[in-house]
Design a protein around this ligand. Sequence first.
Ligand code: SF4
Length: 248
Amino acid sequence: MSSVATQQAPASAGFEANLAKTKEILQRIAGEFEPAVFASSLAAEDMVLTDLILRSKLNIAIFSLETGRLHAETLGMLDRIKENYGIEVALYKPEAAAVEEYVQKNGLNAFYDSVEMRKECCRIRKVEPLNRALDGKKAWVTGQRRAQSATRAELHVQEDDAAHGMQKFNPLADWSEEDVWHYLRSNNVPYNPLHDKGYPSIGCEPCTRAILPGEDVRAGRWWWENPESKECGLHVVDGKLIRIKQVS
Ligand code: SF4
């Protein structure tokens, strides 16, 4: 199914139950895990969580990783959020010296050369800034969904993130893509215009392409690699997926 068709599909039968559960989880995070943060990639799922957090004025700070390689449309979402909700998303950027060294040694787009080169670029531009953003926090929240890809099939709503020494919450783990779009449209939530151009999943500009009808929703991310290696390192350790313990 193409992303545009998915955007126009009705919500699933479980939508209301999923929404109620997500609201309850977010309330619990804000109440029991201060300080908690939400890592927003500014994509559709993240706008659902942004809206839920800000509408209810929940005590969960929102930040984004500004890798230096994002689409102009993605960066434009920062202004849309400010216009809509009156808040500035905190930005975490890579260390300039590390980026300079990588580019000088390997070239600006060396991530196309090998999985190792790609992971090193992600480490510098995403993983290290994420670690800084999570420093001193009790919990973090992501917009990941189980149905997004093979690498997310085991995703749980609450996980023990041993790598960061805190709880990690994926409140949209059970949501379908149709439910995400139903929420955005029925609540007039702003979203990244790239979603209307065939980008269901959006990352850095040189590593993301539009997908064709029938392709997997994450087929446009690092499309030159095998599906099993397609994570940016934010949810993996030492190049491997973390088999995180579920917390009931
Ligand atoms: S997604 Fe691409 S450009 Fe962005 S940090 Fe990873 S390898 Fe680098």
